[in-house]
Ligand binder design. Structure first.
Ligand SMILES: Cc1cc2nc3c(=O)[nH]c(=O)nc-3n(C[C@H](O)[C@H](O)[C@H](O)COP(=O)(O)OP(=O)(O)OC[C@H]3O[C@@H](n4cnc5c(N)ncnc54)[C@H](O)[C@@H]3O)c2cc1C
Ligand code: FES
Length: 508
């Protein structure tokens, strides 16, 4: 086996480099009732971009985030701000036609420029840096695809070219290059957006999980200790709630892994992604006097293959063998909603919604897709025509796929009952830090043993639509394979679409 496949377990903190190196925020929890023009649920790139655009247009907004700003998917990104999305244009032209591919490209390129303008206007210190972005071939066989992607993207008006001159420290036969792209420290960018949103009759609330959205006049958003009454609401929680499960059926949650390892060289003026498998996504950044190489990849449908250790080890081994990087200093993973038809969704939350809207399906390119979708939605709420609206329309009929979710069938309580003696043995065998699901009497119990040897038992039935969760040993979480909800070992929601915790349950 190659060194890349067998590299030792990565050292370093199980944390996002971006979260670890950003300062803290301390926006208050929502308490009592607040009235604004627009309630925005979710303070990631999509929600905060929409909120700032709406505030700039004269609307008052309240942003509610369940955690701290920047600790969602956006805080675990690679950090590329680009309209070059691997080989997206060939695929989009094939599935949706040339005009749709063009609109997608122009919307994403406009998002690159919007981020640059916000950084300048708000004077944000977020490591924004102009770089070229490359999709590179690892084999000669892939070159024809790259040549045609570059030619198509150039015809669509994007800053694209094919090149055989690729500034990587190992030989590759060629790449698509987009000039004038960028990278950012995504958490610092979000913190800057949040600071610009808060104040002057607008609000940012942290530690405030919305648990219900009631459409009407006004729209009512309920959180644990407070309520927002608003003319309109935007659900920008990555995977939405309050949509009767329709976007969970239209998008598949997909998880990927990243390591950040120190290198002896200055940061490159470029970011990269491989066209071939296994996909590797590359970015360098200098923080606190250290240059880090980020290597991302090893993606898979969320809720499957729940041990991150070998995936991080593969990425760390790649960083070592290709770049001479040191041991990984940080390692993390996150997941994003992959729309079946390849296009983000922005528009009405439900087919009949008039005042509740959604942004989702950002397909692992949400720094630009989320920005573009948010700007489009802000225009929609302001009654301003926007050419991107039909492309992102959340009420469209997807052109590909059946519309049924890839793992959408709830499996509550599925599985044979386990005899009591076997259950007792499996519980006794559970070591510290381990977890398992036991099925008994037609229901499922999530059992976790903590480092002190205490057993914690919860319902294993996901509170979103009733699938059975599985234990993620590496992150000590209960992950749902259906639509990506995640819970900590106390049952608390870490990531939606679930909004309710897993309730405690007696040991089986
Ligand atoms: C490994 C990986 C690398 C990536 N790299 C790139 C990249 O280089 N460039 C790029 O463009 N894209 C990249 N992406 C994609 C991009 O990071 C995402 O598309 C984007 O960050 C998603 O933003 P969001 O606003 O939808 O979600 P989030 O950032 O998760 O924001 C949603 C927020 O909603 C909050 N929330 C959830 N539920 C509730 C609730 N009920 N009430 C209140 N708040 C709630 C959460 O706390 C969270 O902060 C990557 C994705 C992955 C998986
Ligand atoms: S059933 Fe939908 S996320 Fe679990």
């Amino acid at each position: 086996m190659s060194d890349e496949a067998t590299g030792g377990l990565p050292e370093g903190a199980p944390l996002s480099l971006w979260v670890a190196t950003a300062g803290a925020t301390d926006f208050p929890e929502l308490r009592g009732t607040v009235e604004v023009d627009v309630a925005v649920i979710g303070g990631g790139i999509a929600g905060l971009t929409a909120a700032l655009a709406l505030k700039r247009s004269g609307r008052s907004v309240a942003v509610l985030d369940a955690g701290r700003i920047g600790t969602g998917v956006t805080g675990h990104t690679t950090g590329k701000v680009t309209s070059l999305h691997r080989l997206a244009y060939t695929a989009l032209e094939d599935s949706h036609g040339t005009s749709a591919a063009e609109t997608y490209g122009l919307a994403n390129q406009a998002a690159v420029e919007h981020i640059a303008e916000v950084v300048a206007d708000e004077n944000l210190d977020c490591g924004f840096r102009r770089v070229a972005n490359y999709t590179f071939a690892s084999s000669e066989d892939t070159l024809p695809l790259l040549r045609s992607e570059a030619a198509l993207a150039a015809r669509l008006g994007l800053p694209a070219a094919f090149t055989a001159d690729v500034p990587l420290p190992f030989a590759v036969p060629g790449a698509v290059r987009f000039d004038g792209q960028a990278q950012i420290h995504a958490v610092q960018y979000l913190q800057g957006l949040a600071a610009a949103v808060d104040g002057g009759g607008s609000f940012v609330f942290e530690g405030t999980r919305a648990i219900a959205l009631q459409e009407g006049t006004p729209v009512k958003v309920t959180a644990g200790n407070g309520t927002v009454l608003a003319g309109d609401a935007i659900v920008a929680t990555n995977v939405p709630f309050g949509d009767r499960g329709r976007f969970a059926a239209l998008c598949q949650p997909h998880r990927s892994y990243i390591v950040a390892a120190p290198v002896d060289t200055p940061p490159m003026d470029a970011t990269f992604i491989s066209a071939d498998e296994p996909m590797r996504s590359l970015l360098t950044v200098r923080l606190n006097g250290v240059t880090y190489l980020l290597v991302g990849g090893e993606g898979h449908p969320a809720g499957e293959q729940l041990d991150p250790a070998p995936r991080h080890a593969s990425l760390a081994a790649y960083a070592r063998s290709r770049f001479g990087a040191g041991s990984a200093a940080y390692r993390w993973s996150t997941q994003d909603a992959m729309p079946q038809d390849g296009l983000p969704y922005a528009g009405p939350l439900n087919p009949d919604s008039r005042h509740a809207f959604v942004i989702t399906g950002l397909r692992k390119w949400g720094l630009t897709n989320g920005t573009a979708a948010a700007l489009m939605l802000a225009d929609l709420l302001n009654g301003t025509p926007n050419d991107w609206a039909p492309l992102f329309d959340s009420n469209r009929t997807p052109r590909t796929g059946s519309g049924a979710g890839p793992a959408g069938a709830p499996a509550a309580g599925a599985g044979p009952n386990v005899p009591q003696a076997d259950q007792d043995r499996r519980i006794a065998d559970l070591g510290p830090g381990d977890g398992t699901v036991l099925e008994t009497a037609g229901t499922s119990t999530a059992c976790f043993r903590d480092d002190g040897g205490n057993l914690h038992t919860l319902s294993a039935i996901c509170t979103h639509l009733g699938c059975t969760v599985g234990f993620n040993r590496g992150e000590r979480t209960w992950d749902c394979p259906c639509h990506g909800s995640r819970f900590d070992v106390e049952g608390r929601v870490i990531q939606g679409p679930a909004t309710e915790d897993l309730p405690p349950r007696p040991a089986p």
